[in-house]
Design a protein around this ligand. Structure first.
Ligand SMILES: [Zn+2]
Length: 345
């Protein structure tokens, strides 16, 4: 299983902040062997926004624009969720989204989709599913002959619907083009309903051999479940969001610790960070907790890199435990045995 760090708005990051974050994909020194990760998720919504504001020319290769090495695997979502949240989804021309994606030239692109809301009527849900099916066919046609891998996005609110949807997407072929993998959407609004999320994710995984990516869910508990189920990847923005709130993910306990307003926090840290990543070595030489809690974009970006290092290491640990037969021991050590039993994973 792979974590795909999601950078929602790299095109708006201040240059100094982006230069810190870029170290994740370009290496902490000129020596690229010190690179932390080789995947990144970019949102079509923010590329669209940058084109509209004139900051980016249409057709600009996004990897080159961001200064990322050629072998970094760039994923590009469709921006559907962001467009929906801003009330812009219905007005967008789907062909425009495919055009922007193709111009940006990622390695993997996702079909534009309409997320479902469990509070909607059955009629509305059926209409949205139908729209998603039409978009899936349209994107397969628009991507014929393209070297970009195209992932369909599966939406379902129940296990039964998930079965029907996978069967539809797996049988879809337009002018010789089929999907190279799938994303699972519509889970964010149910992010605390683990039972419902896992039943859908498990069903999709069971019914296809293609790569399966889960959108927008990355809490530590559920990452363990995704790994056990055999999910290929998930995206996460948590490392950046935590840093924006000046929260440090503590590697030893995998909990967020507030670094600002520490008097009101439940756990208080006052001096050095118990971590030896390149960011914390620097932070500890400049005041540790106080350095990360400072105002300004650089400490915040460095804190984000530390947070991502913690999550990446945890994913590596999970993968190793699964590959070498000690995943159940790890679950016990992480206190997750009961969680797994309750959800019958
Ligand atoms: Zn660190």
């Amino acid at each position: 299983m792979e974590i795909i760090p999601s950078i929602q708005e790299p095109l708006r990051e201040g240059e100094r902040r982006w230069n810190v974050l870029k170290q994740i994909w370009c290496g902490f020194n000129d020596n690229s062997r010190l690179r932390l990760h080789d995947h990144i998720m970019i949102s079509t919504y923010y590329v669209l926004k940058a084109i509209k504001s004139g900051r980016l020319k249409p057709g600009t290769n996004i990897r080159e624009y961001l200064g990322l090495p050629k072998d970094i695997i760039v994923y590009m979502d469709s921006g559907g969720f962001s467009l929906l949240n801003r009330g812009m989804l219905l007005d967008i021309d789907p062909q425009k989204i495919a055009e922007i994606q193709q111009g940006a030239s990622p390695d993997v692109a996702f079909v534009l989709d309409y997320p479902l809301d469990s509070r909607s009527s059955c009629n509305t849900i059926q209409k949205l599913l139908k729209k998603n099916h039409e978009l899936a066919k349209l994107f397969l046609r628009l991507y014929r002959g393209s070297r970009i891998k195209l992932f369909g996005v599966i939406h379902a609110l129940s296990e039964e619907d998930a079965e029907k949807e996978v069967s539809f997407y797996e049988s879809l072929e337009v002018q010789g083009r089929t999907f190279d993998g799938y994303g699972i959407g519509s889970l964010v609004k149910r992010k605390n309903n683990y039972r419902s999320i896992l039943s859908i994710v498990k069903t999709v995984r069971k019914l296809t051999y293609k790569p399966v990516h889960v959108f927008g869910i990355s809490s530590m508990k559920i990452i363990y479940a995704f790994a056990k189920i055999g999910i290929t990847s998930f995206d996460s923005f948590a490392f950046l969001r935590a840093a924006m709130y000046r929260e440090l993910i503590l590697p030893q306990i995998l909990k967020r610790i507030k670094l600002h307003n520490i008097k009101h926090g439940k756990r208080v840290m006052s001096s050095s960070i118990p971590c030896c990543c390149p960011m914390c070595l620097k932070a500890n030489s400049l005041g540790g907790v106080k350095y990360y809690a400072r105002k300004g974009s650089i400490p915040s970006a460095e804190l984000a890199v530390h947070n991502l290092i913690v999550i990446i290491n945890e994913v590596k640990l999970i993968n190793e435990a699964l590959a070498n037969g000690w995943f159940d021991d790890l679950l016990k050590e992480r206190g997750l045995e009961q969680f797994f039993n309750d959800l019958n994973i």
